[in-house]
Design a protein around this ligand. Structure first.
Ligand code: SF4
Length: 442
């Protein structure tokens, strides 16, 4: 058996892809090892959205290559974006594969091992074939991702996704339901439906006939079907676009107990001119109106968001609009970043790039606001009881860390092993990034 070691960087989509890739390799007779020096095959599966992923990748290849290494593979969005450049920069790399062809990797590795070829590059963007070719999932966890949609048609000017993942594609509802049933039967309790633009889902109904139009199932319909499956305790979805939030999807949140009352709705900026040159397709007011309508329909809903500060040409006054929007919404959780150019995106070549120093100042100001709201919200939970799914041990003895419906970390002490279990927890104290509590009924 040939051994492989895989290094994974990036977002939830990459985590999902990597799990499926690992299953494909195991299914094809490869053995996974967890130290690079034991491996004959090194695989780097990388994301290109936010990190300086390319630089990190090349230094890791140098660090992890050993005497045993026979094949080096680079996959994911960095591979898709950089293509042949990776061969030029690193002579050691044998295989470059994009995120839509990872199911072909076992065959490509065998070709290199058999000396049929020394180098292979495949960055085609055919999404349908991948899902049809993947083997059944192995190593099911209590919390699993299921891809329902891939790619994006929005072309935000800072983002590489439309170029690295291709145009929007929705998996047929039947395939998603079957995969979810399999995961639940094999131990999953929490499912997160994932996609780059998950609320633009337009999948085929489970049983289509020749007279039925294609792509009629929207996210809310899929959620209703999946939340009725045996064994499912909690359902989430991410990530969504503000313009695709329908009234029907908001209503599902108010009537469905399995679906977490939590929505990640990235806004990126609070200024209309910046939103326009980002090509976001909404204004600040339209975004705020949507959140207000959501709250009216489902009062328990809480929001999180993504922000980009220092987008090219952003003035101090325009950045202040972002601060005002954050103060108005009072997010439970947020992710904020300094703008960083991605190759081949329109924003990367815009005039008026903001200095790193100024971006750093703006990021700190925004994070101060976001953290203040996060602390305020965490404090408001004290005395309340929350359902928590425990994921891992804490640093201290008998300490366990889990997530509540709002994705906040909840810390408790217990002599029982809580990993993979849901427990009711009364919150007793709060900090910036987590809350502490006691298990009820122990
Ligand atoms: S909607 Fe999201 S994935 Fe699509 S281009 Fe914009 S930022 Fe990228």
């Amino acid at each position: 058996m040939n051994t492989f070691f895989i290094e994974i960087y990036g977002c939830q989509m990459n985590t999902y892809d990597s799990k499926r890739l690992i299953d494909s390799l195991l299914f094809s007779g490869f053995e996974r090892v967890f130290t690079s020096s034991e491996a004959e095959i090194l695989i780097f599966y990388t994301c290109n959205i936010r990190e300086k992923a390319s630089q990190k990748l090349f230094s890791q290849i140098g660090l992890l290559k050993s005497k045993r290494t026979k094949v080096i593979c680079v996959g994911g969005c960095v591979a898709q974006a950089e293509k042949e450049n990776i061969f030029k920069i690193s002579k050691n790399v044998n295989i470059i594969f994009g995120p839509q062809v990872f199911h072909k990797l076992p065959g490509y590795i065998k070709s290199v091992l058999n000396n049929d070829t020394k180098r292979i590059i495949d960055t085609s963007l055919t999404q349908t074939e991948k899902f049809d070719c993947l083997p059944k999932r192995k190593n099911v966890s209590f919390s699993e991702f299921v891809t329902i949609q891939e790619g994006c048609d929005n072309f935000c000017t800072y983002c590489v996704v439309p170029y690295t993942r291709g145009r929007e594609y929705s998996r047929p509802a039947k395939d998603i339901i079957d995969e979810t049933k399999w995961l639940l039967k094999n131990g999953a309790k929490e499912i997160t439906l994932i996609g780059q633009n998950v609320n633009s889902y337009h999948g085929d109904a489970p049983y289509i006939n020749i007279n039925q139009p294609r792509g009629t199932w929207r996210l809310e319909r899929l959620i209703q079907e999946i939340s009725s499956l045996d064994g499912l305790k909690r359902l989430r979805y991410t990530t969504s676009h503000p313009k695709d939030f329908t009234k029907e999807l908001m209503e599902v949140h108010s009537s469905n107990n399995i679906l977490a009352p939590f929505a990640h709705i990235p806004v990126q900026s609070g200024n209309d001119r910046i939103l326009r040159i980002m090509n976001r397709g909404h204004t600040a007011n339209k975004y705020l109106d949507k959140l207000k309508r959501f709250k009216d329909i489902c009062p328990s809903i809480q929001f999180s968001s993504d922000f980009i500060v220092g987008f090219p040409t952003e003035t101090e006054e325009e950045f202040e609009d972002t601060l005002k929007l954050a103060e108005e919404v009072k997010y439970t959780l947020s992710y904020s970043f300094k703008y960083s150019p991605r190759s081949n995106t329109p924003a990367a070549v815009m005039k008026g790039q903001i200095s790193e120093k100024e971006k750093g100042i703006r990021l700190k100001m925004l994070q101060d606001v976001l953290i203040k709201d996060q602390i305020y919200y965490n404090n408001s939970l004290i005395g309340k009881t929350q359902s928590v799914l425990f994921e891992k041990r804490g640093k201290k003895e008998n300490q366990y860390i889990g997530k509540n419906v709002y994705l906040q970390s909840v810390v408790v002490e217990s002599k029982d092993n809580l990993i993979g279990k849901f427990k009711e927890v009364k919150i007793t104290s709060a900090a910036e990034n987590s809350v502490c509590g006691e298990i009820i009924g122990e």
